[in-house]
Design a protein around this ligand. Structure first.
Ligand code: ARG
Length: 587
């Protein structure tokens, strides 16, 4: 907001100086001791007009009328430095305090977005690989909405693949499913434990026993063709799984508008296969249906098998496979049919975005290309894969148990809760499970979101859970601290007058936080928002270490300080709300 105000003044002055300049970039100062903001555009203008940047800067500043909020100075060799007057601090502080949106503008144009995140697979236990999608997706959803987009979230369960056939076949061989095939005995009660036992066993077997794998393929096809009793059993397995998945997502604070899955696009699969065929895009070979999506001359990196491997081979993009030899459909097929279905369900979707592991980027490139080539996705619709990096252990390798298995999501959540309990105990705070969950999950989320989405990061619970430093608990704690100050005073006058440098620093941190919303929106990663939120919390702490509020004798000053910390609190709560981090009552 403030940057736009400065840009407006500069724009008028630039026009008055008879320069054209469409790209107007005012940024925060790189030298905050010297000025608050800076404009570097004179170098660009100078190039265009074959003149000296410093002369351009002098000309522009000459054409700026004296302003009560901003002071513009030329700084050789051609920068324009901008500083705020005291009046400006007061003006913006009061403006933000009274504004419902705390001074953060919506985007000019609202877009309709379908966000695909979560992506848990039924029959398989959720593991650490499923942690980042709901965390990132939930925050992006909240950010997009806040910035003015209309967002529909879909969990897109993995419920139509080989894992169903594998699990059923294993359960059958373990003798659990006899009732459904013979009608004898009692109907078994399928439990989560049974599934958690069956799937990993079957998954190992399929790699060493080709007969088992082929049979599982057959069973999967029978389920996909809705043959009985395979389909009924599948639905029971799904119900048990989904109950558990819902519980996990609730603990993680992820909420979905749609609880659809791969299976829901079932009716659209023949339709999309027809569309693709009629456009002459697909090839059929012994029942296998593929679409060539390679672009001439294009080379794609093949991921390294071993981290130490030196070479990355280059190859053309492999074709998308839409149907297997036995008629079964694949991951790409359901994703294509789902895009078709989504466009049937909603008019004018501007974007469909997928928050899915970066390692699936080849899959999404193939799917998106097929949808664009066949016009299943309208020309103007953006299909975007927001690929996230891997969560590693301290050894820099994907986070695993000691015996090398993937860590279950359940165990991670327990770990976080227990660690939070230890912390609370050490701080002498009485707690319950709910409080520990808020802090534990908050720590995890902040630890995750403060990294660029596409980067790998290390799961370091000690660091995430620290009550000091760039952590979730530190920011939660700051809000609790402000709350406890506010309990001791009455805020009778909502008016801010900035007195000290520390208060100015708080305001500057708020300006930066406001800009971080836009930056995070543009970059589709929340690290700048996390960092700016931390900086505001930290500016508050510095301020509060020096200034007293409760015992301040000058009533006008006291009221102003109270109003200022109310503003800080509102800003922190707003940011935590976007990050989907809950605020504990005490810490
Ligand atoms: N179930 C998938 C997996 O576990 C993730 C689904 C992501 N969404 C999608 N539309 N493909 O890998």
């Amino acid at each position: 907001m403030i940057i736009q105000d400065i840009e407006k003044i500069l724009k008028t002055a630039i026009q008055k100086s008879c320069y054209e300049n469409e790209e107007l970039f005012v940024s925060f100062s790189a030298l905050p001791k010297i000025c608050d903001f800076q404009f570097n555009g004179c170098f660009l203008i100078a190039k265009r007009y074959k003149s000296k940047p410093n002369d351009i800067a002098i000309n522009i500043v000459k054409n700026i009328e004296k302003d009560e909020f901003f002071i513009f100075n030329v700084c050789p060799p051609g920068y324009i430095n901008i500083s705020l007057t005291n009046k400006a601090y007061d003006y913006y502080a009061n403006l933000f305090l009274k504004d419902d949106r705390l001074g953060i503008n919506k985007k000019e144009k609202s877009e309709k977005v379908l966000l695909d995140y979560g992506g848990a697979n039924i029959a398989k236990a959720l593991h650490v690989g499923h942690l980042r999608s709901p965390i990132i997706g939930e925050s992006l959803k909240r950010l997009y909405k806040f910035m003015g987009d209309e967002v529909i979230s879909d969990v897109h369960l993995g419920d139509w693949g080989l894992q169903m056939g594998l699990t059923e076949l294993q359960l059958f061989e373990d003798g659990v499913l006899n009732y459904y095939f013979t009608g004898e005995g009692e109907e078994p009660k399928l439990t989560l434990e049974m599934l958690n036992d069956a799937y990993p066993k079957a998954s190992l077997r399929k790699n060493i026993d080709i007969n088992f794998k082929n049979k599982a393929d057959e069973w999967t096809l029978k389920i996909q063709e809705k043959k009985e009793p395979y389909f009924t059993i599948y639905e029971k397995i799904k119900k048990v799984s989904v109950e558990k998945i819902k519980r996990h997502y609730k603990e993680l604070g992820a909420e979905f508008d749609l609880w659809l899955g791969e299976s829901d696009c079932y009716n659209y699969i023949p339709i999309v296969l027809d569309i693709i065929k009629n456009k002459g895009l697909s090839k059929e070979n012994d029942g296998t249906v593929t679409v060539d999506v390679a672009i001439e001359g294009e080379n794609i990196p093949i991921p390294k098998k071993e981290p130490d491997e030196q070479q990355r081979y280059k190859n053309p993009m492999p074709p998308a496979i839409l149907k297997k030899y036995n008629g079964g459909v694949l991951y790409a097929t359901t994703d294509i049919a789902t895009i078709y279905m989504r466009n049937k369900m909603y008019d004018n979707l501007d974007r469909i975005e997928y928050i899915v592991d970066l390692r699936q980027s080849l899959h999404f490139t193939q799917v998106f290309r097929v949808c664009k080539m066949s016009e299943i996705s309208p020309i103007n619709q953006k299909l975007i894969h927001i690929g996230y990096g891997t969560m590693n252990g301290k050894d820099g390798k994907p986070f695993k148990t000691r015996s090398g298995e993937s860590i279950k999501l359940e165990d991670i959540i327990d770990l976080l809760i227990n660690k939070a309990k230890d912390k609370l105990k050490a701080n002498g705070v009485t707690y319950d499970n709910d409080l520990a969950l808020k802090i534990g999950v908050g720590a995890m989320k902040f630890g995750d979101l403060s990294n660029n989405v596409s980067k790998d990061y290390v799961f370091d619970i000690e660091k995430f859970m620290s009550f000091e430093g760039k952590t979730g608990p530190y920011i939660q704690y700051t809000v609790c601290r402000i709350n406890s100050i506010l309990e001791k005073v009455i805020n009778s006058q909502q008016k801010i007058k900035i007195f000290s440098q520390e208060e100015k620093e708080i305001m500057k941190a708020i300006f930066k936080l406001q800009q971080a919303y836009e930056q995070s929106y543009k970059e589709k990663t929340l690290n700048s928002l996390c960092l700016a939120t931390y900086d505001l919390a930290s500016a508050f702490s510095t301020f509060y270490n020096i200034h007293k509020i409760v015992t301040e004798e000058n009533e006008e000053k006291k009221q102003s300080l109270i109003s200022l910390i109310v503003l800080v609190k509102k800003q922190l709560i707003q940011a935590l709300n976007i990050l989907a981090i809950e605020i504990p009552e005490k810490m």
